[in-house]
Design a protein around this ligand. Structure first.
Ligand SMILES: [Zn+2]
Length: 210
């Protein structure tokens, strides 16, 4: 099964996304066994994951979020997303199985994150600006890539799910020392006002403008 079939195949089943409070979100996920790579069973699981991601309008989904404590996640950054975030490239469906990463330099960027398992909230998180990632695709072929900006952020957010870490654990602090967590509705209003004011410095610090 190729990636197009995984993304848009017929008769997918949507999974229920579990919310914060479910113990599986705090477990360290186990590797996907080598013998599962390239199997139809795995392809069907990924197809259902992709369907769930599309229906939820998310950019990434990790197996623990559908109750499966295995080291696999998918990412999909749609066309047009580069207009909204600093350093973002549209990216087709990508499958990451047993992935690893290393930071390529010390710079960290702040940016806003949300999570399908934490509805209604968004928060600012510092992440390495550029990373080298390795993993396996759904055929079991090794994949190696360099990711930066938003693309690195989405990968790292999903990788954290495999470790039982949520973005809430990594919130940046305001100058006053408060964790930067916002209700999505109030965040949308704050962001719209700052954009209308042309407050570029504020938008740049939060990773919303290049
Ligand atoms: Zn998440």
């Amino acid at each position: 099964m190729d990636l197009n079939a995984i993304w848009s195949g017929a008769n997918p089943t949507g999974y229920e996304v579990v919310n914060i409070g479910e113990p599986v979100l705090r477990e360290r996920a186990a590797p996907v066994p080598e013998e599962a790579l390239g199997t139809l069973e795995l392809a069907v699981f990924l197809q259902n994951m992709a369907h769930t991601l599309r229906e939820s309008r998310g950019v990434g989904l990790a197996a623990p979020q559908v109750g499966v404590a295995r080291r696999v996640f998918i990412t999909h950054l749609p066309e047009g997303i580069e207009g909204r975030y600093v350093r973002c490239s549209p990216s087709p469906l990508q499958v990451w199985i047993n992935p690893t990463w290393e930071a390529l330099h010390e710079e960290e960027l702040g940016g806003m994150e949300g999570c399908l398992s934490i509805p209604h909230y968004t928060g600012r998180v510092l992440r390495p600006a550029r990373i080298r990632v390795k993993g396996f695709d759904h055929h079991g072929d090794e994949v190696e890539q360099t990711l930066d900006g938003r693309n690195a952020r989405v990968f790292l957010h999903e990788w954290d799910h495999l470790e039982g870490i949520l973005y809430l654990d990594r919130l940046a602090l305001t100058p006053q020392g408060h964790p930067e967590l916002y209700h999505k509705a109030s965040w949308a209003q704050i962001e719209a006002e700052r954009r209308a004011d042309g407050d570029d410095a504020w938008l740049i610090v939060r990773g919303l403008l290049p």
